[in-house]
Design a protein. Structure first.
Length: 200
C-alpha cells in the first residue's frame, strides 16, 4: 500500500515556501540528532523537518505512544504552524503494539517508518553495505566500532554524505519498502523521509 497524504493537509500560508515535516521519534538522542544533522546536510529550502521526541522512561519504548503523540502535536498546531506531512520513526525491537501502531498511523494518514531491528541499521548503511542480521547488542557494538554512535549520541563527524548509499542499501534490503510496513531484518524505511526532505 503506497503512503497516503497526511489528513488535514492545508494550503501553506503565503510566504511559507518550505513544506513542514513533523518527525516524531521514540529515541531522544540518536534519531533526533540524525534528522537535524541530515536536514543541515541536505540544505533543501523546499522542506523543513521539525523533530519532536517521546521520552522512553522506565517502561521502555512504545510505538503506539509515538503515533498518538504525533496526532496530538499535529492537531494542536496553529494554521500558521501546521504540518504538511507527519512522520513517526520507530524500531521493531520487541514491540507487541507495533502492528496496532501501524494500523492507527495509516488511519490517521501518518507515515510510520519502521527500522528492523532498530535505527542503528540505517546508520550502519552510511558507511558499509553489509546486510548481515545482528542482535541489538551486536549492532550497538558495531556502530560504536564504526565511530557512528557513542553512548546513544551521534558522532560529531557523522558521515551524512553516505545517506545516498544508505538509501540504496535499504531499497535492496527491502524492495517492497513502504511506510506502515514491518520489513525484513535488517531493513529501514528511512529512504521515504530522505525523499520528503529532498522535496521529492
Amino acid at each position: 500500500m503506497a503512503p497516503r497524504k497526511p489528513s488535514g493537509r492545508r494550503t501553506r500560508p503565503k510566504g511559507q515556501l518550505a513544506a513542514r515535516i513533523l518527525v516524531v521519534t521514540e529515541g531522544t538522542l540518536t534519531e533526533p540528532l540524525y534528522v537535524e544533522g541530515l536536514s543541515s546536510y541536505l540544505r533543501n529550502a523546499g522542506a523543513t523537518a521539525i523533530v519532536k521526541t517521546i521520552p522512553v522512561g522506565k517502561v521502555g519504548k512504545d510505538p503506539m505512544k509515538v503515533v498518538k503523540k504525533c496526532i496530538e502535536i499535529r492537531d494542536k498546531a496553529s494554521e500558521e504552524k501546521h504540518y504538511d506531512i507527519c512522520v513517526c520513526l520507530v524500531d521493531v525491537d520487541q514491540h507487541s503494539e507495533l502492528k496496532a501502531a501501524c494500523t492507527l498511523a495509516a488511519s490517521e494518514e501518518i507515515l510510520l517508518l519502521v527500522s528492523n531491528l532498530k535505527f542503528e541499521v540505517w546508520l550502519r548503511w552510511h558507511v558499509e553495505e553489509k546486510r548481515s542480521q545482528l542482535s541489538t547488542t551486536q549492532l550497538d557494538r558495531l556502530v560504536a566500532t564504526l565511530e557512528l554512535v557513542t553512548k546513544k549520541r551521534l558522532s560529531t563527524h557523522f558521515p551524512f554524505e553516505g545517506v545516498y548509499q544508505a538509501c540504496d542499501v535499504a531499497r535492496r534490503a527491502d524492495p517492497d519498502l513502504e511506510a506502515g510496513r514491518i520489513g525484513p531484518n535488517p531493513s529501514s524505511a528511512m529512504p521515504i523521509l530522505v525523499d520528503l526532505m529532498l522535496g521529492r
